[in-house]
Design a protein around this ligand. Structure first.
Ligand code: PHE
Length: 340
């Protein structure tokens, strides 16, 4: 029996250290120490030995079994350490690898122009003022001298809210808010979103953008208005682009005018964009009506002022040659990426 035991130990001492992976090591564990192993069957034969040999054989068998188990444990630890090392190697960060490209977003063309407008006017000494998009009847109409029966107040033109407030139809209410809170001299622009109940088409959108300008002081005159506008238009579109006024009516300015600029496409020769007129409509303007000054408590003997409102969407479209206003609001990346 001793011989057999030694033989088992011998082969185990050869096989186990040579084992290459955990699966085959498990097979060896079963082979040498499992219920069906030779060692196990020898152990169960001890009872057949003469009583005086039993203790010695038992001891030898146990020692052998322990030795084999130690070999197995040692090998297992070694194999596990090896596989951990392999995983670590695999997960190691390769700092020489080139990075994934990061997609960089870009400003919407409309907001680029918005920024440019603020830039140009701040160089002319204007400050930027803001007002709420949800307005009251008072600020959007009454304080701006707009009569009760003016068509703009119609439900068909203005979005009214359930509580009687409305979505501002113009940036002009900011004029009132600024004057209520400040004494002249005043020199502000106010770019912002406006809303009108318009059907969507190539040149209309229920949401659009205006920039308001208001200048109030002791000697503010019509030529100041014309000069300021001209200087803006020339900086924005080029020194050859003149502006002109056509007589018009706004409840809050007197006299009032509509602003045209020379067609940026044909320089006034006449083309499809300007419908052969040579001119493009840009917005409205005028000298502040004294009735408006009275609403904010300004001395109408002392102060005069001018105001104008321009379409930012319109300016953007002209500047970038966009022919359909819907392209500004559809957020089609194929379009927007052309401006990044
Ligand atoms: N608020 C006017 C509009 O939306 C434009 C305007 C502004 C006219 C300031 C005169 C003065 O049509």
């Amino acid at each position: 029996m001793k011989k057999e035991i030694n033989k088992i130990l011998d082969t185990a001492q050869k096989e186990i250290p040579e084992c290459q992976n955990l699966d085959s090591l498990e097979a060896l564990r079963i082979k040498y120490t499992g219920k069906k192993s030779d060692l196990h069957s020898l152990l169960s034969q001890i009872g057949n030995l003469p009583p005086e040999q039993r203790p010695e054989m038992g001891k030898i068998l146990n020692i052998t079994k322990n030795k084999i188990q130690k070999l197995l444990t040692h090998k297992k630890e070694e194999l596990q350490a090896q596989s951990q090392k392999r995983v670590a190697q695999k997960n190691k960060i390769d700092i020489t690898m080139s990075g994934r490209p990061v997609e960089i977003g870009a400003k919407h063309p409309l907001y680029k122009i918005w920024d440019e407008i603020e830039d140009i006017f701040s160089r002319l000494g204007f400050e930027v003022a803001e007002g709420p998009e949800i307005e009251t009847d008072y600020y959007n109409f009454d304080a701006l001298n707009t009569p009760e029966d003016h068509p703009a107040r119609n439900l068909q033109d203005t979005f009214y809210l359930k509580n009687g407030n409305l979505l501002r139809t113009q940036t002009s209410p900011v004029q009132i808010r600024v004057m209520e809170n400040n004494k002249p001299p005043i020199k502000i622009i106010s770019p912002g979103r406006c809303y009108r109940n318009d059907k969507v088409d190539a040149s209309h959108s229920p949401v659009f953008h205006q920039v308001e300008a208001l200048v109030v002081g002791e000697d503010v005159s019509f030529p100041d208005l014309k000069g300021t506008l001209d200087s803006f238009v020339k900086t924005m579109f080029g020194s050859n682009i003149r502006s002109r006024f056509r007589p018009h009516f706004f409840p809050f300015t007197e006299p009032s005018a509509e602003i045209d600029i020379l067609c940026v496409n044909c320089n006034g020769k006449g083309c499809k964009l300007c419908k052969n007129s040579g001119w493009l409509e840009m917005g409205g303007a005028g000298m502040v009506d004294p009735a408006v000054f009275e609403n904010v408590g300004y001395d109408t003997e002392k102060y005069t002022g001018f105001a104008f409102g321009l379409g930012i969407d319109r300016i953007t479209m002209l500047k970038y040659g966009i022919s359909d206003m819907r392209l500004l609001f559809q957020n089609d990346l194929r379009i927007l990426k052309q401006f990044s």
